[in-house]
Write a protein that binds this ligand. Structure first.
Ligand SMILES: O=C(O)CCC(=O)C(=O)O
Ligand SMILES: [Fe+2]
Length: 247
């Protein structure tokens, strides 16, 4: 059976730490998600006056029906299986909105972060992000640092005991260690609705300010390894960073 990602796409994901997939979701998928989210917000795209601009991460949002959960879309599950060879499972992930701000000033974030350390340590393998509306430059894009997954891997090879997030407590810690080339800044994931970026869990990324007119509505999914609870697995930083992958 044909794999969802070609050999060339897998190579790009491995070397760059991310992969953009154009037009992964169609109008039907997008419509289902848009309706659910606007209903949750008790608002609509057409009525900017009713936008709840103090809400960004939709922590309490539940996909309804559950089968419509972004992370469970058959196309993403097929990719999860290809990348993990059956060892990867659905993790967490919420919709995140970046509302338009009237501030005309925009700059690319100078630094970013890697996920898994928001409160408690939730190791994962890769993330997927899509947008529900087109995102033009400066429109609140997901920003990422190509190849930064290699810098994070080098760091954890040197300090495996810090993979639990203890690096955050170190004196003078800066995320610049993980972005490798902070001077170049990140790259905006500008995209059409339904495009996807897949990103390695070690890829430095960040949110960014939206100075356009349209809300940046993104869905996030993270995929874990089935051994995510086992410390032997969690603290193991293999020399080959793809050892626990099927690619
Ligand atoms: O909203 C975004 O584009 C990025 C959000 C993010 O990095 C996070 O929630 O960890
Ligand atoms: Fe993040």
């Amino acid at each position: 059976m044909a794999t969802p990602l070609s050999g060339e796409q897998v190579r790009q994901f491995k070397t760059q730490g991310y992969l953009v997939l154009k037009r992964m979701f169609d109008g039907t998928d997008l419509q289902v998600w848009r309706e659910q989210i606007w209903q949750f917000l008790n608002s609509s795209y057409e009525t900017p006056g009713s936008w709840p601009t103090d809400i960004s991460g939709l922590d309490d949002f539940k996909y309804n029906p559950p089968t419509s959960t972004f992370a469970r879309h058959p196309r993403l599950l097929a990719i999860m299986d290809q990348l993990g060879g059956g060892d990867f499972i659905e993790g967490d992930g919420i919709p995140i909105i970046r509302w338009p701000t009237p501030d005309p000033h925009w700059e690319i974030p100078k630094t970013g972060h890697i996920d898994a350390y928001g409160g408690r340590w939730l190791p994962f393998m890769f993330g997927a992000t899509t947008y529900l509306y087109d995102v033009a430059p400066h429109g609140g894009s997901f920003v990422y640092w190509p190849e930064s997954h290699l810098a994070a891997h080098r760091y954890f090879r040197a300090h495996p005991e810090e993979v639990d997030g203890s690096f955050l407590q170190k004196k003078d810690f800066s995320w610049d260690v993980f972005c490798d080339n902070p001077a170049t800044g990140g790259r905006e994931f500008t995209a059409q609705a339904g495009d996807v970026v897949l990103w390695h869990s070690y890829l430095t990324h960040n949110g960014s300010t939206n100075i356009n007119d349209s809300p940046r509505m993104a869905l996030f999914a993270r995929y874990d390894h089935r051994k995510r609870q086992e410390d032997d697995f969690r603290y193991d930083i293999p020399q080959d960073m793809w050892e626990h992958w099927a690619i």
